[in-house]
Design a protein around this ligand. Structure first.
Ligand SMILES: [Zn+2]
Length: 302
């Protein structure tokens, strides 16, 4: 076991095994489902002192499923009412998911909550949810997943979230790069307008742009507040397109060792394996300290 202080800057947690396995959609790199009963012993075993929960909900997909289930014989007025009711229900689910994440962190002080916002929210709802969860419930940042939430990062419906996050000094972490489908939403190049419009915003591209790493690298010069986590790509697995240890090391140096946070993307990947792989990379002691904890402490103000 290493003596380093380790913070896992990218985990997902779920209320039950069933919900977690559903979210993983058959992905079987690990058997984990993302419950707290799994996560805490893993953290202990891997000497991970804190973990950042970047929980989210695929709200657009959930909404589509609900709309698809509406009976076909509704009048226009009935359908309008039903659609309104679905929106209200979806927004309620998002708020409950965020509240659950914040409550879990209150019960487990080694877990740090980020909350999810969604283009389905209007500006008032989005801003109020953010301010409430940060000021009253301990949220430390925002997680957004363009691929799973079906929006482009420069979608103006998210502008209130970015503006408020910039004002409040809150980091926003995005899934960046490849995603099952459709894969174009989260390409690093799609973030340029956000980066230009919110130059003081701490914008985190998870997975260093997974599959589009060179695009991520190309943005680092112009945007000093763009940072990264190495979750998923540091996972100790052999899949098509996986980065070699040499490439992981050179990529981290290209974007800047002080700009990359360690993360695992539990339950998709095993945090212990991810730590072990990072420690196999050819970094100095000082660089390891930055990657494993100090960058996260500074960037996420932990
Ligand atoms: Zn993730």
């Amino acid at each position: 076991m290493s003596d380093y202080v380790i913070i896992d800057a990218h985990v997902h947690t779920y209320q039950t095994r069933q919900v977690g396995l559903q979210a993983k959609q058959g992905n079987a790199i690990t058997d984990y489902a993302g419950t707290i009963d799994e996560l805490l012993p893993i953290m202990e075993k891997a000497n991970i002192s804190r973990a950042v929960m970047v929980n989210m909900l695929p709200l657009a997909e959930m909404k589509k499923a609900a709309v698809d289930r509406l009976p076909e014989n509704l009048s226009q007025a009935q359908r309008d009412d039903a659609l309104k009711e679905i929106d209200t229900r979806m927004l309620g689910r998002l708020e409950r998911r965020n509240a659950w994440t914040c409550n879990l962190a209150r019960e487990n002080p080694n877990l740090i909550p980020f909350i999810n916002l969604d283009p389905l929210q209007d500006e008032t709802t989005m801003t109020a949810e953010l301010i409430d969860k940060v000021n009253n419930h301990g949220a430390k940042g925002i997680k957004l997943h363009p691929g799973a939430q079906w929006f482009y990062p420069d979608d103006r419906r998210l502008w209130p979230a970015y503006r408020t996050a910039q004002e409040m000094g809150l980091p926003v972490i995005f899934h960046a790069g490849r995603f099952v489908s459709p894969e174009t939403f989260s390409r690093p190049k799609n973030f340029v307008e956000v980066l230009e419009s919110f130059p003081e915003l701490t914008l985190v591209m998870a997975h260093i742009g997974l599959g589009n790493e060179d695009e991520a690298v190309s943005l680092t010069k112009d945007f000093p507040n763009l940072v990264f986590d190495c979750s998923a790509i540091i996972g100790n697995v052999t899949l098509d397109g996986d980065l070699t240890e040499e490439r992981l090391t050179s990529l981290t140096r290209e974007v800047g060792v002080e700009r990359v946070m360690f993360g695992s993307d539990f339950p998709w990947y095993d945090p212990a394996d991810s730590v072990a792989r990072l420690l196999r990379l050819d970094f100095s002691e000082e660089e390891r300290r930055l990657l494993l904890a100090e960058n996260a402490i500074r960037i996420y103000k932990l």
